[in-house]
Design a protein around this ligand. Structure first.
Ligand code: 15L
Length: 264
């Protein structure tokens, strides 16, 4: 029986994953700051209420865990102090607790905003999963930083660490940018399944998007882990508001004043 710990399980992606990562041979241990709905009778779920920034909470949460999907943290631009404390320090706390508990497989939720300043138009060959960071915000910086931290924990301790540069994971794309960057929730679950089951992946940085007709980033690295997307944002194209595709990967995040919490 495998046990997977999901941090930030009450957030947008965590909520979408709870039903999708359900498996008869698996226990999902769901950690969030706020108390999550109790398990239904057909769920194998353990609820942990606490902060990923708290070392004791994390050490206890990692006990008897086979893999961690670390989704928790601040998901958009915020103050430098908060982004450092929650995303960078918090991810260090998660990795350190995992190391102490002997959890050797960690999936880190990185973001397209780690490379938000990469220009779409100058990369006609699709931007590679491991393209060097070009963060667009303090938030994007924190995602680039946790990728580097994951690399360190892999190199020092041999942990398998997969950083997923998630595009836009919502039930459906919200705008024209989403036609390129959408990650359908079902594909997100397929991608996480590949990440937790790939044999000895070592350290990887991969894109997390669907196989969109208007792709601007490469799925090569994700597919090498076993991911097969079955969705394409194009089916929503006629329903979206008019707009032009952004020139940079990060879209509207580039217009966000640094350090200012924003509702995007
Ligand atoms: C992200 O990294 C955010 O967490 C999410 O809320 C979306 O804004 C997404 O990027 C995006 O770029 O659409």
């Amino acid at each position: 029986m495998a046990r997977i710990l999901i941090t930030g399980a009450g957030g947008g992606i965590g909520t979408l994953m709870r039903p999708r990562l359900r498996h008869p041979d698996r226990v999902l241990r769901l950690l969030d700051l706020t108390e999550l709905p109790a398990p239904t009778t057909d769920e194998r779920v353990e609820i942990v209420t606490g902060s990923l920034t708290d070392a004791d909470t994390m050490v206890a949460a990692c006990r008897d865990v086979d893999a961690i999907i670390h989704l928790g943290g601040i998901s958009r631009e915020d103050s430098w102090e908060r982004v450092l404390a929650v995303n960078v320090d918090g991810t260090h706390t998660v990795l350190e607790a995992a190391r102490q508990a002997g959890v050797s497989r960690i999936v880190l939720a990185s973001s397209n905003h780690a490379v938000g300043y990469r220009a779409v138009e100058t990369d006609p060959n699709l931007i590679a999963g491991e393209a060097p960071p070009r963060p667009d915000t303090y938030y994007g910086f924190s995602k680039a930083a946790i990728e580097a931290l994951g690399s360190l924990y892999h190199s020092r301790f041999g942990m398998d660490v997969i950083c997923v540069r998630i595009g836009s994971c919502f039930e459906r794309p919200n705008d024209v940018r989403g036609l390129s960057m959408w990650l359908s929730p079902d594909d997100c679950a397929r991608l996480f399944e590949a990440c937790v089951s790939a044999e000895s992946p070592g350290f990887r940085v991969i894109w997390g998007v669907s196989k969109n007709t208007r792709a601007v980033v490469s799925l090569r690295e994700a597919e090498a882990l076993g991911y097969r997307s079955l969705d394409d944002a194009e089916k929503f194209a006629t329903e979206l508001p008019d707009g032009t595709a952004p020139t940079f990967i990060g879209g509207a995040f580039l217009d966000t004043p640094l350090g200012t919490p924003n509702p995007l």
